[in-house]
Design a protein around this ligand. Structure first.
Ligand SMILES: Nc1ncnc2c1ncn2[C@@H]1O[C@H](COP(=O)(O)OP(=O)(O)OP(=O)(O)O)[C@@H](O)[C@H]1O
Length: 641
C-alpha cells in the first residue's frame, strides 16, 4: 500500500509495526538471546537508588545489599525521617527496631500524637456510635443494655476494628484503605455494586395446547420447583439481602451489635404516643437478619420493665414473632428503645392484606372475576386465622403473659394465610405495672380477638361499632360455629372466660386446619425431593465441568484429552453436542436429564460414543463413564492443598 494525499482528504497508511502492544517474552528467555539488545531500565534504577530498601525498613537488613539490590541501604543517612522528600510522609520504621521484634514500629513522636479525627467525621456524622456512647455516659438516665450480652456492647470498638501494629511506611501506603470514622465499614457489603435482578421466570409456564401429554411424557416444568413457589422463595432471599447505604439515608452505622440498617416502612407507626420505626438489620454476632423495632424518644425510668422481655423470650411458637432482646440506645441521636425480633422477609401486616385500599381494590377485582356481590373472606381462611391466633394466645396466656397488641397492624402475614403475632412485650415495657393487671389484659386479648374476627368477616374495621348488623351479616354468610366463636369472644369478661374455652369452641375448624397444613407439608416435601434430584445433577455437571477442557493438569497439557478423560469428553459431546441429519444442534433438555440421571445411577445400559472426526467409536456403559468421571475428579481433588 502507498500513502497518498489529496486536497480532498488524507489517507493515512498504517505503519508497518502493528498497533497492538506486542506480547513480550519473559526476561530470562530474552536474555538468552544475546544477539538482541536488552533494554535497560535506566530510569527505574536511578530513582530506586534513592529509595530506601524495603527489606531494611521491614526486616532491618537486606541480604542482597551489595549483591545487586539497587535500593538505598544507607539507613542513617537516607533516613526517611530526615529526608526532605519524606518530610510529610508517615515515618518509616527505624532499623534499630531490629534489636527487638516486640518493640512497636510506631515512633516515639507518633505515640504521643493526639488522636486524629477527620473533620468530615465531626461535621457529617453527628450520630456515629462513638459519639453517642460518649454522650450516653454523661447522662443520668438509666441506660439498659442488652439482656443477652451486656459486656459486648462496651467492649468492642464502635466500628468493630481491631488494632494492630503496621510499620509506618506501610501505613502510609495503605492510608487510603484505612477505615476511618467517616467510612462505612459495610459499604461494600451494602451498596457498592449494582445488583442484578433475579430471574423469577427462567422457565415460561405451561401453555394450554401442549398440556395433553401422554402418561410417559413430561414437561420441562415438571422437573423443577413450581413457578409461584420459586418466585416467593427468591423474593424472600432478595428481601433478606437487600440493603441501603446507612450513612446516606441518615441511619447509624451500628446499633449495639446490629449493622446494615434498612428501614422497612417509610412512615412511622405509633405506640402510646411514641413514634415507632421498623428496620431490618444484620447481627454482627451471628450474621443473621433481624427486625429492629425502635420506639423513638423513650426514656426508660424503671429498669425492671425490661424483665418482661426475658419472659417473652421463653415463648417459642410458630405463630408468634420471637423476640430476641431489647435495649436502649442513643445511636439515633435520641433516647430510643429497641426491640429485636426475628425477621420475616416480605411480611405484610394483616391490615395491609385485608383493610388497606390496595387490598380492597384486589378484592373488588376478585369479586368481579367470580361474579359475586359480596367481598367475603372465605370461611376456611377465617378458621385458619382463628386457629393460629388461638394456638398462640393459648401459649402466651398459659405462660402468664398477655399480648396486648392483637390488632390488624400488629399481626404479620408471612405466607399464604400464615399469621404471626408481632410486637410482643412492647406494652409490658412501655406501661410497666409488675404484672398486676394480667387477668384484665388477658380478657382484653380475647375481646380484641373477637373484634378482629368481626372486622375480617365483615371486611371493615368499623364493623365492631355496629354489632347488630355485623352479626346479621355473619349469620348470613358464615356458619353458626363461626358466629358462636365470635359471640363468645365478645361476651362480657368473666373469670370463667378464657382461652381454653375458645380452643374447645373452635374444634371443628381445628381439624380442617390440621388437615390443610398436613397436605401443604406433603406438597412441600415432594417439591423438596424434586429439588434434591436437581441438586444431584448439578453436582454431576460440576464434575464434568472440572474435567472437560482443562488446559493442563499435573504438568500434562493433554491430560483432559487422553485416557479416561477422552471418554468423558466424548460423553459430553453425546449429551450436549448432538446434531440432527441436517447438522442442526439437538437442544433437547429431556435427553440431557435422562442421560445425566442414568449416569448418576451408573446403569449398565450401553451407549455409542463417536469421535469428532467420526473415524472411531466406543461402546461403553453409563457405569463405565461414571467410573471414569469419579476417577478423574478424584485425581483433581486429591491434589488439593
Ligand atoms: N419481624 C418482622 N419481620 C419482617 N418485617 C416486619 C417485622 N415487623 C414489622 N415488619 C414490617 O414493618 C412494617 C411496619 O411494622 P409496624 O409494626 O410498625 O406496622 P405498621 O403498619 O407501621 O403499624 P402502625 O402504623 O399501626 O404502627 C410492617 O408492614 C411489616 O412489613
Amino acid at each position: 500500500m502507498q500513502s497518498s494525499s489529496s486536497s480532498g482528504g488524507q489517507i493515512i497508511i498504517p505503519s508497518q509495526s502493528p498497533a497492538a502492544i506486542p506480547i513480550v517474552a519473559p526476561s530470562e528467555v530474552s536474555s538468552k538471546d544475546s544477539s538482541k539488545p536488552i533494554a535497560k531500565p535506566v530510569p527505574k534504577a536511578s530513582t530506586s537508588a534513592k529509595r530506601p530498601c524495603r527489606n531494611v525498613i521491614i526486616h532491618g537488613f537486606c541480604k542482597f545489599a551489595g549483591k545487586g539490590c539497587e535500593f538505598n541501604h544507607d539507613g542513617d543517612k537516607a533516613s526517611p525521617q530526615t529526608s526532605p522528600e519524606n518530610k510529610h510522609k508517615p515515618q518509616a520504621l527505624s532499623p534499630k527496631s531490629k534489636a527487638s521484634p516486640l518493640i512497636s514500629s510506631v515512633s516515639a513522636d507518633s505515640v504521643n500524637a493526639p488522636v486524629f479525627v477527620p473533620k468530615s467525621t465531626l461535621v457529617s456524622a453527628p450520630t456515629t456510635l462513638s459519639e453517642n456512647e460518649t454522650a450516653s455516659e454523661s447522662e443520668e438516665d438509666v441506660e439498659y443494655q442488652s439482656l443477652e450480652s451486656p459486656a459486648e456492647t462496651t467492649s468492642v470498638h464502635p466500628h468493630g476494628y481491631s488494632q494492630f501494629n503496621v510499620p509506618n511506611n506501610v501505613m502510609g501506603d495503605m492510608s487510603l484503605m484505612q477505615p476511618t470514622a467517616a467510612m462505612d465499614p459495610y459499604y461494600y457489603m451494602n451498596s457498592a455494586y449494582p445488583r442484578q435482578p433475579l430471574q423469577y421466570h427462567m422457565y415460561a409456564p405451561l401453555l394450554p395446547h401442549i398440556s395433553n401429554l401422554h402418561p410417559h411424557q413430561k414437561t420441562l416444568q415438571s422437573f423443577f420447583i413450581p413457578e409461584n413457589l420459586r418466585e416467593q422463595l427468591f423474593k424472600r432471599n432478595e428481601a433478606t439481602i437487600v440493603s441501603t447505604p446507612a450513612r446516606e439515608v441518615g441511619l447509624p452505622l451500628e446499633v449495639h451489635v446490629y449493622h446494615s440498617l434498612c428501614l422497612l416502612e417509610d412512615k412511622p407507626g405509633s405506640f402510646f404516643g411514641h413514634s415507632s420505626w421498623v428496620y431490618k438489620a444484620t447481627s454482627r454476632v451471628d450474621g443473621k437478619s433481624y427486625a429492629l423495632l425502635r420506639i423513638e424518644g423513650f426514656r426508660l425510668v424503671n429498669e425492671l420493665a425490661m424483665k418482661a422481655v426475658e419472659s417473652w423470650r421463653q415463648i417459642k411458637h410458630c405463630s408468634v414473632v420471637s423476640i430476641r432482646e431489647a435495649f436502649t440506645t442513643r445511636a439515633f441521636g435520641d433516647s430510643s428503645l429497641i426491640f429485636v425480633y426475628d425477621y420475616h422477609p416480605c411480611a405484610m401486616t394483616l391490615f395491609d392484606a385485608h383493610f388497606s385500599p390496595q387490598a380492597h381494590t384486589a378484592m373488588m377485582a376478585q369479586r368481579q372475576a367470580i361474579g359475586s356481590n359480596t367481598m367475603l373472606v372465605p370461611e376456611t381462611t377465617l378458621w385458619s386465622y382463628i386457629t393460629q391466633i388461638t394456638s398462640a394466645l393459648k401459649v402466651i396466656h398459659t405462660a402468664g403473659l398477655a399480648l396486648r397488641t392483637l390488632e390488624p397492624s400488629k399481626i404479620l402475614m408471612t405466607g399464604k394465610n400464615r399469621l404471626r403475632l408481632n410486637c410482643s412485650s412492647i406494652f409490658d415495657v412501655l406501661q410497666y405495672d409488675g404484672g398486676q393487671n394480667l387477668a384484665r389484659y388477658q380478657q382484653e386479648d380475647l375481646l380484641s380477638f373477637g373484634k378482629l374476627v368481626v372486622a375480617l368477616a365483615c371486611n371493615s374495621l368499623q364493623s365492631y361499632h355496629n354489632l347488630p348488623s355485623s352479626f346479621e351479616y355473619i349469620s348470613r354468610f358464615y356458619s353458626p360455629e363461626l358466629k358462636n366463636v365470635v359471640l363468645y369472644l365478645l361476651s362480657k369478661p368473666l373469670p370463667t372466660k378464657n382461652i381454653d374455652e375458645v380452643v374447645t369452641l373452635i374444634a371443628p375448624g381445628l381439624l380442617h386446619e390440621v388437615n390443610c397444613s398436613q397436605y401443604y407439608t406433603d406438597t412441600l416435601e415432594s417439591e423438596l425431593s424434586r429439588e434434591l434430584e436437581n441438586g444431584r445433577l448439578v453436582r454431576l455437571m460440576s464434575k464434568l465441568g472440572f474435567v472437560n477442557e482443562r488446559p493442563e493438569f499435573d504438568d500434562d497439557p493433554r491430560w483432559a484429552e487422553t485416557g479416561d478423560r477422552y471418554l468423558i469428553k466424548l460423553f459430553r459431546d453425546y449429551v450436549f453436542h448432538q446434531v440432527n441429519n441436517n447438522g442442526v444442534p439437538v437442544v433437547d433438555m429431556a435427553h440431557v436429564l435422562t442421560c445425566l440421571n442414568k449416569l448418576d445411577a451408573g446403569v449398565d445400559e450401553k451407549i455409542m460414543l463417536v469421535s469428532r472426526d467420526e473415524q472411531s467409536c466406543l461402546v461403553v456403559s453409563y457405569k463405565e463413564v461414571k467410573n471414569c468421571i469419579s476417577s478423574a475428579f478424584n485425581d483433581l481433588s486429591s491434589t488439593r492443598k
